[in-house]
Design a protein around this ligand. Structure first.
Ligand code: LMR
Length: 397
């Protein structure tokens, strides 16, 4: 017998909630756990620009032959344009190489494998709190995870002093993981001045920065949200980026992500990329084409791209409106605490300050599912459920 000693694994803190929600029988149930956008009707529709690109693809596709290990070339090129801006010297100098990946998570795993196999990285510094899978991915490859302080719970803001104090211990060659924008779970990002200081600190100390860039366009806009990354690129010649189109293209189940290496010059970038391909070959051989071809088609067609940006702006606008309503209704339903800080947070999530017992009560008494850390997916709120959500939260406060 081989299997009889295996212990059952705990449910995933985010995806496990979705499984429990599926079998939840109470009709008033609300899922504010996983980071998925919902429109005013509570649906997660296919972005129109995506649907149009898919139609065109269906008509023009002639083969299901394998992609190369690093995926769709046009997709990778378009990814760099979104990350750096079309006129960036990195693109002109071919200093970056991108490989299509299985979502942002796939890109993070490739980054972790590269750090372990090729760079002999011993430590990765990850914000506390963070998306739980960050820690799990680096632990899986045997790299020690160190925390840096990020959140000042009393004042609901960035713990800048704590962050600097902790990161001052990060040494040369350590990977420092940064959330490009819309920090998950807090929704709090550094200011441009703080990004500039961090970028300089990174260069001075010799860290290898790894940007997890999963929400470009959900904070303040596609260009605005790239500020932190581009600030780092001014000071750091080498950098890694894990990006994702799950959220901003709404292509969650197509697993469209990308892993980008920025190196000092083209020759080095090519060498690193060859190792990235070796890693991908041993993980999943080569990626799937549909999602990447769709994204590439949207991004290279001016009209489709403009339509996508308009739809993205609409998603961002709706989330901002829901934030304001959320705060307003909490007050109206009798909350005595000040929740104004929620309006300032970026992206899908709001770090509410709810404690685990309150999170449990929301689930047990009201069928409202949120992540144990108190993270609420504001993008899952609608005109229909927000009143019930606020009323229930006030009851558990
Ligand atoms: C989230 O944080 O909810 C998303 O990034 C989805 C996931 O994979 O956890």
């Amino acid at each position: 017998m081989f299997f009889d000693t295996i212990q059952a694994a705990p449910a995933d803190p985010i995806l496990g909630l979705g499984e429990a929600f599926k079998v939840e029988a109470r009709p008033e149930k609300v899922n504010l756990g996983i980071g998925v956008y919902k429109n005013a009707k509570g649906e997660t529709p296919i972005v129109k620009a995506v649907k149009e690109a898919e139609k065109r693809l269906l008509d023009t596709e002639t083969s299901k032959n394998y992609l190369t290990i690093d995926g769709v070339a046009e997709y990778n090129a378009q990814t760099q344009i979104l990350l750096f801006g079309a006129d960036h010297e990195i693109i002109a100098g071919h200093r970056a190489k991108t490989a299509q990946s299985l979502g942002g998570t796939g890109a993070l795993r490739v980054a972790a494998e590269l750090a372990k196999r090729q760079l002999n990285v011993k430590k990765v510094w990850i914000s506390n709190p963070t998306w739980p899978n960050h820690n799990a991915i680096f632990k899986a490859v045997g790299i020690e995870v160190c925390d840096y302080r990020y959140y000042n719970a009393a004042e609901h803001k960035l713990d800048w002093d704590g962050l600097i104090e902790d990161l001052s211990q990060a040494g040369k060659g350590d990977v420092v993981l940064l959330h490009g924008c819309c920090h998950n779970p807090t929704g709090i990002d550094p200011t441009p001045e703080q990004w500039d200081k961090l970028a300089q600190m990174s260069a001075d100390k010799g860290w290898l920065p790894l940007f997890d860039f999963a929400y470009q366009g959900f904070g303040n806009g596609l260009e605005e949200d790239a500020y932190g990354l581009r600030s780092f690129l001014k000071c750091n010649k080498e950098l890694l980026i894990a990006s994702s189109y799950s959220k901003n293209f709404g292509m969650y189940n197509e697993r469209v992500g990308a892993f980008t290496v920025v190196a000092e010059n083209e020759d080095i970038a090519n060498r690193v990329h060859s190792q990235v391909k070796t890693i991908i070959r041993t993980l999943y051989s080569n990626p799937a084409s549909h999602g990447a071809n769709t994204v590439a088609l949207v991004l290279k067609d001016d009209a489709l791209k403009a339509q996508w940006i308009a739809e993205l702006d609409e998603m961002r606008g709706r989330i901002k409106t829901m934030r304001e309503k959320f705060v307003e209704l909490l007050k109206a339903k009798g909350a005595t605490q000040n929740f104004d800080f929620i309006i300032e947070q970026n992206g899908m999530f709001s770090f509410s300050g709810l404690m685990p017992e309150q999170v449990n009560r929301l689930k047990n008494e009201f069928a409202i599912y949120i992540v144990r850390s108190g993270r609420i997916n504001v993008a899952g709120m609608t005109e229909n459920n927000i009143s019930y959500i606020c009323q229930s939260i006030v009851k558990v406060l």
